[in-house]
Design a protein around this ligand. Sequence first.
Ligand code: DQQ
Length: 536
Amino acid sequence: MEVSKAHRPVFHFRPPKNWMNDPNGPMYYNGIYHLFYQYNPYGSVWGNIVWAHSFSTDLINWIPLKPALYASKPFDINGTWSGSATILPGNKPVILYTGIDEQNKQVQNIAFPKDLNDPLLQEWIKPDYNPVITPTPDMNASFFRDPTEGWRGPDGHWRVLVGNRKGNRGLALLYRSRDFIHWTKAKHPLHSSADTGMWECPDFFPVSSDGSQEGLEASVRGDGVKHVLKVSLDHTRFEYYTIGHYLYEKDRYIPDKSYADNSTGLRYDYGNFYASKTFFDAKNKRRILWGWANESDLNTTDTAKGWAGIQTVPRRLWLDENGKQLRQWPIKELETLRLHQVKMNDVSIRKGNSVEIKGITAAQADVEVTFHLPSLSDVRLEPFDPSWSVDPQRLCGEKPSTVGGELGPFGLLTLASENLEEYTAVFFRVFDAKPKPVVLMCSGGIRSSISEEMYKPSFGGFVDVDLSDRKITLRSLIDHSVVESFAAGGKTCITSRVYPKLAEGSNAHLFAFNSGAETIKVKHLKAWNMGSPRMN
Ligand code: DQQ
């Protein structure tokens, strides 16, 4: 079937056609980056799931290979679901994945490259001794999936996590092994949390706590190291993470008290982003995050267009120097796609005005902007109601870009039609609160398309930023039906999937705007046309 080019992202990872969901088993091996993903070879809705496979030498240009794993054995005959890769000693990659077996039970299987001399690792063998981990009789075998990468404890034994649900408690079950093949369930889960439902796609990894952006390999432990646990909640379709301590002797993870350990917790991305997974890039000593951004249109539209699902751009991820949250930034390689550049400096925008950024392909662009704010002691700010703090998305819905405030809303109107019938607003609003002002970031909204039949949320997240220097930065990657934004150097990230009817392709425009009573200034703005990499 023909694949429709309308709204099709160009520099975001996607297969040549059909349905894609979770990123699986990302790894760097002998100079090559691999990405596997949940894929339907026969259509553009979820089903018939295999592990599709692509490789790259720069994480930007991708070449497809044939599927690495597909249903073929009693232990995965009903599907090869999500999982992870681990590089074992002796430089031997291995995959653990969830198989849906003959009885529709979820079991964990192992697979090895058929030929380690094949630099592309094209063929994978699933030994007949699979499954290597099975649900115990007291478990619900429909909630037992998505094994993590393995790491080694102080005793030299391997550990992995498997996502699970007991009642409405979400759990990260812990398994241990000497040889990566024979696994024993630990008495206690590594961690669990009440009322969070099924924990899909758990991810557990160390981060440097000394302010360095360097990533750490999964088994690193000791001083200067904290750990992150991320889970994907199937009932909200959002993820959250906590930062905490891994007690190696007890094999328990204790999140720091300051974090909500439930669906109100911190997120990598406050928008359309799910089933994410990180890996350690040994070449550049960094941890890289992949996440799936689903379509927001209708299934029938996906069927007609012949494709559905993208991955957000690979993002470097590290612990902020304040130790309180993670930061993310598109990997530097993405900048190799930057082509023609336009600039704007020192442009003041008064209430109700917008300024067009001309001269770029606004449907396929990278924009970096620094807004300069008036002195906060000289302005009135909207008061912040503390009850708003639990649901920034709702607040963005109630206060869209058209609802004027005092300081803000101001920001970008991306994928905008010439006369602004359509636009995806990415913007800030500053509220008065103690001990410091609250900054809200929003993205998306009802105006993103004149077409009514789709999900058009206005996503929101708070930005923990110090405004004493009177500046706030925003970067937005715009790619036809994706607006992926990073505020304050990657402190808050929001991805929106949008489907403009008027502002498509060469009809798309880009504006900076301000609807707040206070004048703001675009101190610096740079925008680039983005090139088109080889994308599968
Ligand atoms: N997707 C996979 C599951 C996982 C879910 C199936 C998360 O393994 O729990 O395609 O999106």
